[in-house]
Design a protein around this ligand. Structure first.
Ligand SMILES: [Zn+2]
Length: 512
């Protein structure tokens, strides 16, 4: 009998071939998004590994999951494997659509009123960099028209099919209940926290929003669009303090000062080369965990560039310092709120006065103004993500008709941020499979970790040579064995639950 038949399936085979599959697929993403390969060919990989991604594999894992005692390690492992297989089932069935999406994004051109054309991939950067408001709105409008006509239908189909595929698995009652079962995360609880956060921070938002929009953009706060938000948060007034030439050197110095080798003995490979087809946003691709982790970026300098680099470095360090003897599912899978929290732990250095003074050229006189900006930006993104998550619970929950979703999207996002959103983005500005929930929980965990690190290693924990080894041993090495809320209980003193409270405290401090 050929080895690929389901009669030879076992959890161990899932682990070994699952890892091989993930390595190949991540390499494919890395090569195509780094500009080293023209297109990502995903479908052949799904075919090659069809046996371990089959409905039979899912059924076998489901059986093992149901047989494992509640609270056991086995239960934890089989839940994570089950979540992965459900995701892979979806991924395999949506691979064709996803390839079309990626190809569209890489090649789409936006016709502008002056007769010129702009690459779709460039539009966000161009809007953020344009100090000419009319030009920003022109790009925004032209982009919305093309996205609404071409990308939005692809994305809507993607989410419709995703919901059908997950519901067809018949693991629980509907998409949301299935996601909760597989992820171990409660949707209703997080959604209630988000709604409460939006309410609690409304006065703070009302106080700061008009001030920043008027001062930085010089426009009427009641008439600001999303493209204005991009320009506002581009925050170029401080960019000279964050030169491209110093970025890697200063950040690596800081990581060494906290007692961590920033390249993890060569396991982290930094790709800074300029190359056609290379994505402008930095990203991290763990091709083999922990042995081969790519940190890919195109340094152009400025605040956003530093912040993205720090974020991706946090991911890279997490992957490169995982225990090699941990099972596949703890290194490759699990609750991504955890890896996102380490990424955010690093990008939030940009809020820290001491860190800014030591590693950037910002200087004492500008730190306060910079921090107020950072507080405003943080509050904006938190409010945006809370609204996004609430919207996505409707998109996936099935309580709202597809054709009503664009209006709901505009209403929720515009109310939370004051910036006018376009209905064309309603299926584009969605993080598939509730990744927004991972970000929100990561934000909460990150703020808690910072308070914990400050308690243990003082205000300047980021240069305390004892802090790095603690991070590596207590957090990074564990991979994603724990859920973010379990980790919060273990690491923070006094059995703390994840919440927005430490984030509200930090935003209040920044805006004070
Ligand atoms: Zn991330």
């Amino acid at each position: 009998m050929p080895a690929s038949t389901s009669s030879h399936l076992s959890l161990d085979r899932l682990r070994s071939e699952g890892q091989a599959f993930m390595e190949e697929i991540t390499r494919e993403y890395y090569l195509s998004t780094a500009g080293l390969k023209a297109t990502a060919e995903l479908q052949p990989l799904y075919e090659k590994y069809a046996a371990i991604l089959s409905p039979d594999a899912l059924a076998m894992t489901l059986e093992a999951f149901r047989a494992a005692p509640e609270g056991s390690e086995e239960r934890r492992q089989t839940r994570i494997l089950l979540e992965w297989l459900a995701d892979s089932q979806t991924g395999r069935e949506l691979a064709g659509l996803e390839e079309r999406e990626l190809a569209w994004e890489a090649s789409a051109m936006i016709p502008l009123p002056d007769g010129s054309k702009m690459q779709y991939e460039r539009t966000a950067i161009e809007m953020a960099n344009s100090q000419d408001r009319a030009r920003r709105l022109e790009i925004e409008q032209a982009k919305s028209a093309v996205v609404g006509a071409e990308l939005a239908p692809l994305r809507q189909e993607r989410f419709q099919r995703e919901r059908e595929i997950i519901e067809r698995l018949d693991l629980a009652d509907g998409y949301n209940a299935t996601w909760e079962l597989l992820s171990g995360i409660g949707i209703a609880q997080l959604r209630a926290q988000c709604e409460q956060f939006l309410k609690d921070t409304q006065p703070m938002w009302n106080d700061t929003y008009p001030e920043f929009v008027k001062r930085v953009l010089g426009i009427d706060p009641d008439d600001a669009h999303r493209s204005d938000a991009l320009a506002l948060f581009r925050a170029r007034e401080f960019d000279t303090a964050f030169p491209a030439r110093d970025m890697e050197r200063q950040v690596q110095r800081q990581v060494r000062e906290m007692g961590i080798d920033p390249l993890a003995a060569g396991r982290i490979r930094v790709d800074t080369a300029e190359r056609e087809g290379k994505r402008s946003r930095a990203f991290c691709a763990p091709v083999r965990i922990p042995e081969e982790v790519y940190l890919v970026l195109r340094p152009h300098g400025g605040q956003t560039d530093w912040s993205t680099y720090l974020h991706e470095l946090g991911h890279a360090l997490h992957f490169a310092y995982m225990r090699p003897d941990h099972p596949y599912e703890y290194r490759w899978l699990g609750d991504n709120s955890v890896t996102e929290s380490y990424a955010m732990l690093f990008d939030h250095h940009m809020d820290d006065a001491g860190w800014l003074k030591r590693y950037t050229e910002l200087g004492e006189s500008k730190v306060r103004a910079f921090q107020r900006n950072a507080g405003f930006e943080e509050l904006h993104y938190l409010r945006r993500y809370c609204a996004k998550f609430v919207y996505e619970t409707h998109l996936y929950g099935g309580d709202t008709r597809w054709q009503s979703l664009p209006d709901l999207y505009v209403d929720l996002l515009t109310t939370a941020t004051n910036f006018k959103y376009s209905p064309a983005e309603a299926f584009v500005d969605v993080d598939p499979r509730y990744y927004s929930a991972r970000y929100l929980r990561a934000w909460q965990l990150q703020a808690l970790l910072r308070e914990t690190l400050t308690e243990r290693y003082d205000m300047d924990w980021w240069r305390n040579p004892r802090a790095g080894p603690w991070l590596v041993q207590s957090l990074f090495s564990e991979g994603q064995r724990e859920l973010a809320h379990e980790q919060a209980r273990r690491v923070a003193s006094g059995g703390v639950e994840l919440s927005f409270a430490p984030l509200v405290r930090s935003v209040e401090r920044l805006l004070a």
